[in-house]
Ligand binder design. Sequence first.
Ligand code: VG1
Ligand code: CO
Length: 543
Amino acid sequence: MTIKIVETTPFDDQKPGTSGLRKKVKIFQQLGYMENFVQSIFDALGGVEGVSLVVGGDGRFYNDVAIQTILKMASANGVARVIVGQHGFLSTPAASCVIRKGEHTGGIILSASHNPGGPDDDFGIKYNASNGGPAAEKITDAIYAMTREISEYRIMDAPDIDLGTLGETTLGAMTVEIVDPVADYLELMEDLFDFDALKSLFKGGFRLCFDAMHAVTGPYAKAIFEDVLGAPAGTVINAEPKPDFGRGHPDPNPVYAKQLFDVMFGPDAPNMGAASDGDGDRNIILGRNTYVAPSDSLAVLAANAQLIPAYNQGLRGVARSMPTSCALDRVAAAMKIPCFETPTGWKYFGNLLDAGRATLCGEESAGTGSDHLREKDGIWAVLMWLNILAETGSSVNDILTSHWHSYGRNYYSRHDYEALDAGTAQELIAALRAKVSELPGEQFSDETVELADDFSYSDPVDGSVASAQGIRVTFKSGARVVYRLSGTGTEGATLRVYIERFVAGPDGLDEDTQEALAPLIAIARDLAEIRERTGRAEPSVIS
Ligand code: VG1
Ligand code: CO
């Protein structure tokens, strides 16, 4: 076995987005592309001699090839030890868990999350730090800087490692440990929740349908819900992970998780439905004939967290991404705890969680989590709901309705315009940015603009500033529209429009979301000239 030093030249498109570097598989397959990025991670860390790293991914096409490359490069760069999930599998939250528990230096997660997988679809890679969370912007910026000046990478000339056999082996001087991807994560969940109460719930005939969407959560969900908690076999559907997610799109929303929605809105629906995404960090929750909007789910979890063993001391604070609805703010106000508003992307929660200033956090894009990890966590959120249902004896629908009666309802929807021409999308945002300062006071139908700006976040822990994070327009009525471009896509641009209107109740709490928001949706489209600029009359996905 020898160490090869390979000369290379920079690629100019390796800037990490909202959550790492995401590209088509074909781009990653270019000679040296993966290697350049991995070497840049190592270089940005100031070298990796003697460190220990965790490596795993969501099992999508190219996962195995990428892991072999990373192992050979880690060895050639002097890494002492690498922990790999068996068959290369580690859900994103499980990777965060393994990094934290083993006090490793960091980890490399291979995933394009909710994007489709397969030879013609997407792949991704990101670095997580020793706290188990996505690298902060200063590290991703440093990685990007390295990709611009890289001239060589180091790789071991060695045969592939067998990723299927548990236990230790070596690659050059480096130890490789293949671990059960579920074990540490299951142990953590057992610490947080009342598993006896959950076992009794299922024993009493409670029915759950969990759609793993042929993605990484299948083995986790089967082990936890069926094997440990005693839910009947078949509780987890689409449980077998596949490199192309069964040709599906592992994004748990009403469009791509249609099978689950059909079950939950069909005859004889189970008590609760849930789904996760490609890498297991997202969740959606459904009751019978009910879809719980992720922003509402976050608020419900915050309001009821004290029922759960891990949070029975109360929450120190909560945090949400800027476009997430303000339902959480109402709960925080009632609890008299701080509510932080951060840019989109989990990396911005890291400092608040590390500093103990936020206990629970979440995003409108179906991500919720807490200080138990530094990633959002899909199965954790499902266990939160189950534990709340077990404690209260209520149904999902009852919990949600009574929440609205206590706090009012933030009607909320996100409209995505996918695969737009990138230039057109950027011009649309630039035009909005140019007019924000003139918007206050302007009237659109029944709404008058109160505030408009391009969101800028100043981290209260380390003072770092993230600017140009999305255009917010708040109306005097309390309604709100937010515009931003996705940072996770791999083709053209996706415009996300977030629309929100608050109704205090007790009347008007049971309207259809799209109907309740219709006038505001029309304003949102006019204000940004979406049709005129993009030629699109309707969004491609409504969630
Ligand atoms: C999207 C979501 C964001 C989430 C990110 C990663 O980003 O909007 O809330 O943190 O995906 O989620 P964007 O830039 O496309 O809007 V995942 O499940 O990829 O790790
Ligand atoms: Co994800």
